[in-house]
Design a protein around this ligand. Structure first.
Ligand code: NAD
Ligand code: DGY
Length: 325
């Protein structure tokens, strides 16, 4: 079986593929054009897919009829048309759990960074502007006992809630597609409606899977209903926020601050007005960027491809319904 890996990943995964006797192709340069990527996909049986820039939509499947499976190097699969993959019996692999701690660490880091204005103050030091001890300047807010609202209490949302509760004794409320009774018991979390979530959260952290119906769910009509001390955190997908509306909400002090690991679009332009605000911290989509998580993801993606090559089910499958019809 011929496997196309569109960018270098930790060696552990590549070694597994080679040891399993699979033919592996990795292009010499990382910045493939859409055409190059398509041609490579047309000439391979499987793709180990890194990054969200290439969309696996109906056109892709029509143009690349040889692709029999896709092993995503991510847990998110919003760039794949799952219905189309199902219609064509193509199993899609992903990498759940292994990155939940690392990604929730980034949500936690952003929450603290914004609450204590860390990136603003770091920038001041870099600018040679240490300043006097000023009792009134750049004051942060404490998180102890505040309410953390989680949109999407799945694997990563749960980890974020757990560490925020341990560190700051935060009260956890959440809104999810389904009620999560286990989490309610362990975290004493309360299920609320979306409207209650936005109205009651001191910190609102987004961890839901992104679908087109939720495009720019966080827009002016939502920000206006949030508390004026609220911090908006997003480590899920940038498509959840309208960034013009977020800017307006921050400037007009409808909300207090924002921490983003994901932007709309990505990469964020260095001209984005959000970057001029002292109450914003932006990171370039580094949720899973630890040695441990990225190595684990490489192994899982390789395991998925190896299982497929042996005629077995993908152990980590984003569309298990492909096996049951
Ligand atoms: N920043 C990063 O580097 C990074 C890393 C990993 C994952 N992610 C993102 O985080 C997302 C979550 O990952 P996970 O492993 O926790 O997924 P998960 O499936 O375990 O949890 C997501 C939860 O969101 C819920 N949900 C979906 N849509 C919802 C909605 N509209 N309202 C309320 N709840 C909703 C689901 O029911 C589910 O419980 C991924 O889909 C991915 O987009 C980002
Ligand atoms: O969905 C994911 O896993 C991230 O966005 C990349 O690690």
């Amino acid at each position: 079986m011929k496997v196309f890996v569109n960018r270098r990943i930790p060696e552990a995964g590549i070694n597994m593929l080679k040891e399993a006797g699979l033919e592996v192709f990795i292009p010499e340069h990382d910045n493939l054009s859409h055409e190059e990527w398509l041609i490579y996909c047309q000439n391979h049986d499987a793709v180990l897919s890194i990054g969200g820039e290439f969309k696996y939509d109906k056109d892709f499947f029509t143009q690349c009829p040889n692709i029999k499976t896709i092993a995503l190097y991510s847990v998110g699969f919003d760039h794949v048309d799952i219905d189309e993959a199902n219609r064509r019996n193509i199993p899609i692999g992903n990498t759940p759990d292994v990155l939940s701690k690392a990604t929730s660490d980034i949500a936690f880091l952003l929450m603290q960074s914004v609450a204590r204005r860390a990136s603003y103050n770091f920038q001041k030091v870099k600018d040679g502007n240490w300043g006097d001890f000023d009792p009134l300047h750049a004051l942060g807010q404490e998180l102890y006992g505040k309410t953390l609202g989680i949109l999407g209490l799945g694997r990563i949302g749960f980890e974020m809630a757990k560490k925020s509760q341990k560190a700051f004794d935060m009260n956890i409320i959440y809104h999810n597609r389904n009620q999560n009774e286990e989490a309610e018991k362990e975290l004493n979390a309360t299920y609320v409606s979306f409207e209650e979530l936005i109205a009651q959260s001191d910190v609102l952290s987004v961890h839901a899977n992104f679908t087109p119906e939720q495009k720019e769910l966080f827009n002016s009509s939502v920000f206006v209903k949030m508390k004026d001390n609220a911090i908006f955190i997003n480590t899920a997908r940038g498509g959840f926020q309208n960034e013009k509306d977020l800017y307006e909400a921050l400037v007009s002090k409808q909300i207090w601050g924002a921490g983003l690991d994901v932007t709309n679009p990505e990469p964020m332009s260095k001209e984005s007005p959000l970057l001029e605000l002292s109450n914003v911290c932006v990171l370039p989509h580094i949720g899973s960027a630890t040695i441990e998580a990225r190595t684990g993801m490489a192994r899982m993606a390789a395991e998925n491809i190896i299982a497929f090559s042996k005629g077995e089910k993908l152990p980590y499958c984003a569309n298990p319904e492909v096996y049951t019809g």
